[in-house]
Design a binder for this molecule. Structure first.
Ligand code: SF4
Length: 723
């Protein structure tokens, strides 16, 4: 039976895979590649079971056009492109270039050719209305860099750290490679790290799979991350455990930061976050006392909670005052060799607050975040009448109707568009609202090289994969970048693709585009291509250089807006939650990623719905049982959900997985429950990036079924606490 090597492109972790094919070239099985330099044999359940989607009956095989009554009819792809181009031309002439928007979903991050095609398309149109999932995920990190500055040579790396602190991130489930986290084969990575003596500190309101490996574990009340991080900073600074020499040279505003955190005493923080003082001090000493190397890294937990920008700033301050950066003469191993290299200097990139200049949203004057419009204002930008209203939108590899907070509003906004096009292999909740749906190939049906989203690999790794599967005859599906190229041709627009003009009227191949992206690669494209299964290439080590002549930039750790917010939270009274006694936090599961993979048989078997997970003591106190259906009420909305028991939860805290539920259908037994209905996009929103509060939401829980559980308890997953 033929077997070929490739890599998984469901998330950015880039796990090496072996595909076993039948005689007809169809996938019989997907397995981890033991020889893969990054993943060393690991693949998650999505990577292994994803094969079921390739020939699933629900897969779109032809373009669709929505009819008057809402039903879809098949349309030839070329006709669809003609009609979309013609409509776009009218709308842009009438409403201006910025009235055209693109929303990039998570899937776009793994498709190198299309990831780089969208900026080319938007530039050609002249629109700055690009939105993505980044700004409803961890955009607080972008805000922190903009307010504080960054270190040009990068941060210390996991491979030679002796301590690592994970705040609200659970790599054993999320596998996320960005932001210096533990990603590829996380269990093995953490096991190796523990064996070489790395001390692990985990902060999470749930006793997660990762927390079970921690040397120090803090389980604070959700939503108090800023208080906790400010308290940790105070302890570190008071004890003199920070890197004073580094701070003296590179940090501005340290005295003001000290004063701003002075009220966050260990007693106060312990009482407010409900963590033992002793453990709080121990976490600080483990992280900062003595000759330590390693980072504090945050995930979606703190980035989706209240005051997420402040939280991220505070945690990042810990890294800064402890000087956890690569210095001149050290080797920077993290890189993307296929994209080339620029010299790294041991110096600060000064804070620049880029959102304060350039385009501002009509909604709360929110500026551009990482060069994009904030997704928190997307719905209002479509709904708000007047100049600049977004009237046409292409959704690429995403599903905002299911995932963007405040579902009723985003659905109303999508329905208000004059042109909505979804580019997706399935009829997602967003596709169902669209005027046109363009069906795409799926990852193993197209060639790729792992250079899409700029997540650096931990060493000089690169991998090319050819297209492994043939698209069945008669299907009219295209790679994700093709719609943009086809529309540009029809509109007479020139595309500048990653700095190269695409001048030919003939459609490039995917490989042509990949060659452009890797034209500065340290290893020639063809050499990468020859290494089936990817390789750690021998390249000259990247050594950090001294600061450039005259560079005197410093980190700004205590800008005015940060200090006033710190003082504000210090004055807040302790929260009383009589109306909403529980705090709902977000929860990732291995089986799904945002709204995708819900329909896989393996997911349905394990998770027939997305339950609301509660500690069994809370179940007992509230006379609830696994399998009960409850209403979950926030100050914004109400959903119904099925209860499941989970003793890893903190008492008073409940969790649910987002991206579930069917639009307009309130039936937790049929499609699950949408947590986005509980989230307001108008209140509890961050100022700079319009990030809604998506975790740590106060909720009330009430049983719907008066008698016995409606749903068989035996069908519900259960998570016992191993402590
Ligand atoms: S972690 Fe899972 S989904 Fe992500 S690349 Fe690996 S196998 Fe694919």
């Amino acid at each position: 039976m033929p077997e070929v090597k490739s890599y998984c492109r469901i998330c950015g972790t880039v796990c090496g895979t072996r595909l076993r094919l039948d005689e007809a070239g169809e996938i019989l099985g997907i397995f981890g590649d033991k020889n893969h330099p990054l993943s060393r044999g690991y693949i998650c359940v999505k990577g292994a079971q994803g094969r079921d989607l390739y020939r699933a009956p629900e897969r779109l095989t032809h373009a669709l056009k929505r009819e008057e009554g809402g039903s879809f009819k098949r349309i030839a792809l070329a006709d669809a492109f003609d009609e979309i181009a013609s409509r776009l031309r009218q709308l842009i002439v009438r409403n201006g270039a910025d009235s055209h928007a693109v929303f990039r979903g998570t899937y776009n991050n793994q498709e190198s050719a299309s990831f780089h095609m969208i900026p080319a398309w938007m530039k050609a149109i002249g629109s700055t209305s690009t939105f993505s999932t980044i700004t409803i995920d961890q955009s607080a990190k972008i805000v922190a860099l903009g307010r504080m500055g960054a270190w040009a040579a990068g941060k210390q790396e996991f491979c030679d750290a002796n301590v690592w602190m994970l705040a609200g991130v659970n790599p054993l489930v999320s596998n996320w490679p960005g932001f210096n986290s533990v990603a590829q084969n996380p269990a093995l990575m953490l096991k190796d790290a523990k064996a070489r003596g790395v001390r692990l500190i985990v902060i999470d309101p749930r006793y997660t799979e990762t927390a079970r490996l921690a040397d120090v574990y803090l389980q604070p009340i959700p939503g108090h991350d800023a208080v906790l991080a400010a308290g940790m900073l105070k302890i570190i600074l008071d004890e003199g455990w920070h890197d004073a020499a580094f701070s003296d040279t590179y940090v501005e505003g340290l005295a003001r930061l000290r004063s701003a955190v002075s009220g966050f005493t260990a007693e106060y923080v312990a009482a407010r976050c409900e963590v033992p003082q002793k453990l709080l001090r121990r976490a600080c000493s483990e992280f900062a006392e003595g000759a330590k190397r390693g980072l504090v890294v945050t995930g979606t937990g703190p980035n989706m909670t209240a005051r997420s920008n402040l939280v991220e700033h505070m945690y990042e301050c810990i890294n800064v005052v402890c000087g956890r950066f690569l210095r001149a003469g050290e080797e920077a191993r993290q890189q993307i060799i296929a994209r080339g290299r620029t010299p790294l200097h041991a110096q600060v990139v000064a804070p620049s607050r880029p959102w304060a200049s350039g385009r501002r949203s009509r909604v709360r004057a929110v500026g551009l975040i990482g060069g994009e419009m904030a997704t928190g204002v997307l719905a209002d930008e479509m709904l708000l009448a007047g100049d600049g209203r977004i009237t046409s939108l292409i959704v690429q590899g995403g599903n905002p109707a299911a995932t963007v907070p405040d579902q009723r509003k985003i659905v109303r906004a999508l329905q208000s568009l004059e042109l909505l096009v979804t580019v997706d292999p399935f009829l997602s909740e967003t596709a169902k609202l669209s005027h046109y749906v363009i069906p795409t190939t799926m990852p193993y049906e197209r060639p790729d090289i792992a250079v899409a989203y700029p997540y650096p690999f931990p060493f000089a790794f690169a991998q090319y994969t050819p297209a492994i599967l043939k698209v069945p005859a008669g299907w009219e599906v295209v790679d994700d970048w093709v719609p943009y190229w086809s529309l540009a041709q029809r509109l007479g627009l020139k595309l500048n693709y990653d700095g190269i003009e695409l001048v030919s009227a003939e459609r490039p191949s995917a490989e042509d585009l990949l060659r452009i992206l890797t034209r500065n690669s340290l290893v020639p494209f063809d050499a990468i291509k020859r290494q089936a299964g990817g390789s750690a290439f021998r390249v000259a080590p990247q050594i950090v250089r001294c600061a450039e002549e005259g560079n005197k930039s410093r980190f700004q750790v205590s800008p005015c807006d940060v200090v006033s917010e710190l003082l504000e939270i210090r004055k807040e009274p302790l929260a009383r939650r009589e109306r909403h006694p529980f705090l709902l936090i977000s929860r990732r599961i291995r089986e799904t990623m945002n709204s995708t993979f819900r329909g896989l048989p393996s997911t349905k078997r394990k998770f027939p719905t997305n339950p609301i997970w509660m500690h069994s003591d809370d179940l007992g106190t509230h006379d609830l049982h696994a399998g009960d259906i409850v209403t979950v009420t926030s100050d914004h909305g109400e959903i119904r959900a099925v209860v499941a028991a989970d003793d890893t939860m903190r008492r008073g805290v409940v969790s649910m997985t987002h991206g579930w539920g069917r639009v307009g259908v309130d039936d937790p037994l049929d499609g699950g429950s949408s947590t986005s209905l509980l989230i307001s996009s108008d209140r509890d929103v961050e100022q700079i990036n319009a990030m809604p509060r998506m975790s740590g939401i106060p909720v009330a829980i009430r049983r719907c079924n008066p008698e016995a559980p409606i749903y068989p308890r035996s069908a519900m997953p259960r998570e016992p606490c191993p402590r």
